[in-house]
Design a binder for this molecule. Structure first.
Ligand code: FAD
Length: 311
């Protein structure tokens, strides 16, 4: 059984791991130079910051077993269950599920799952057609572990049900700004910002990562991100102004902005993955509520379906 997985985010790597455990020969092709996808960690001012997912939560026993292993090895730690809430009427707070963080950044968790797998980074896949073939190379099954709009660029439109499954997803963008201040001027771990024209969430990255650095990470609304399609860096002044006004902070020492064109699906999907007679599967966080755990489960369940089909 030879399976090609395209995309080394958590869905693709979880899928590849489960396929390999089931006896398949798997290669993972990733266009970026690192694994992780939207569990992204980037260095600014010589310090690593989480610029994709803010944290992750755990509800299924299967994902819980993975997280237990990460916790035992020090890769993940419980972070907070309380988030501040800023609404037009003022500040409050909400207590919800345990949120988890990674001292070395969330990408380190995907790298851990990828350990021992045949992952080829810097490899942009261009075309998947009947066979199934990936850029002309025949394989027994293919997994596209990525947002639908990215998958649809690869799929031969003649493979109608698979192309339709990818086309059926609408996605929203977001900008993520990393703001370094001279000192910490806030007293929350994270904050949901409601009914704001620019901001949706703020994260204390120093608390999240455990080094106490005076660094805030701000996520924006899709509507605001849409104004900066051509140049995300042009949004830095507006985001800094919004954060400073909300928290009454002095100017930031540095602001770095990253754009996610496909940050989250507009609607949660009903099925956990797509897998068709063409033996091409699609997995990721659009197949359920858009979060890290959903992506892990989607990839894992798709692997099980492929193993059953191919055996
Ligand atoms: C701003 C933001 C905030 C978020 N906050 C949270 C949160 O607080 N909690 C939470 O649980 N989740 C959060 N998420 C969602 C979480 O990041 C995702 O659910 C999860 O990382 C999705 O993983 P994935 O593997 O499905 O997709 P991705 O991580 O997007 O992986 C897809 C991979 O495919 C690769 N790829 C695409 N096209 C090709 C190609 N042609 N050839 C080769 N490789 C290709 C990409 O480079 C990428 O590495 C957030 C996401 C964003 C962007």
């Amino acid at each position: 059984m030879q399976v090609t997985v395209v995309g080394a985010g958590i869905a693709g790597v979880a899928c590849a791991r489960a396929l390999a455990a089931g006896g398949a020969t798997v290669r993972v092709l990733e266009r970026a130079h690192v694994c992780g996808g939207r569990m992204a960690t980037k260095r600014y001012d010589d310090r690593a910051t989480d610029i994709g997912a803010g944290y992750f939560t755990v509800s299924s026993p299967r994902f819980s077993a993975v997280v237990d292993r990460w916790q035992e090895s020090g890769l993940a730690r419980p972070w907070t269950s309380t988030m501040a809430v800023r609404s037009p009427s003022g500040w409050g707070s909400t207590t919800g599920p345990q949120r988890w963080a990674a001292p070395d950044g969330l990408r380190s968790l995907v790298e851990d799952l990828a350990d021992g797998l045949d992952v080829r980074t810097g490899h942009l896949v261009q075309w998947v057609d009947a066979g199934p073939r990936v850029d002309g190379v025949l394989t027994d099954a293919v997994v596209l572990a990525m947002p639908g709009p990215q998958a649809v660029r690869l799929i031969d439109p003649g493979l109608r049900p698979t192309a339709q499954a990818a086309l059926g997803q609408a996605w929203l963008p977001s900008l993520v700004a990393t703001l370094r201040f001279a000192e910490r001027g806030w007293d929350f771990a994270g904050a949901f910002v409601n009914e704001h024209p620019v901001l949706t969430t703020l994260f204390d990255d120093g608390s999240r990562r455990g080094d106490g650095a005076p660094v805030l990470v701000a996520h924006t609304t899709a509507e605001f991100a849409d104004r900066f399609v051509a140049d995300a860096t042009a949004a830095d002044d507006d985001i800094e102004a919004a954060v400073r006004e909300l928290l009454e902070l002095p100017p930031a020492q540095s602001v770095n902005v990253h754009r996610w064109t496909f940050a989250r699906p507009a609607e949660p999907g009903a099925a956990p993955f797509h897998y068709g007679q063409d033996r091409i599967g699609i997995a990721g966080d659009a197949w359920g509520s858009p979060k890290v755990e959903t992506a892990w489960l989607s990839g894992t369940l798709l692997a099980e379906a492929i193993l059953e089909d191919l055996s």
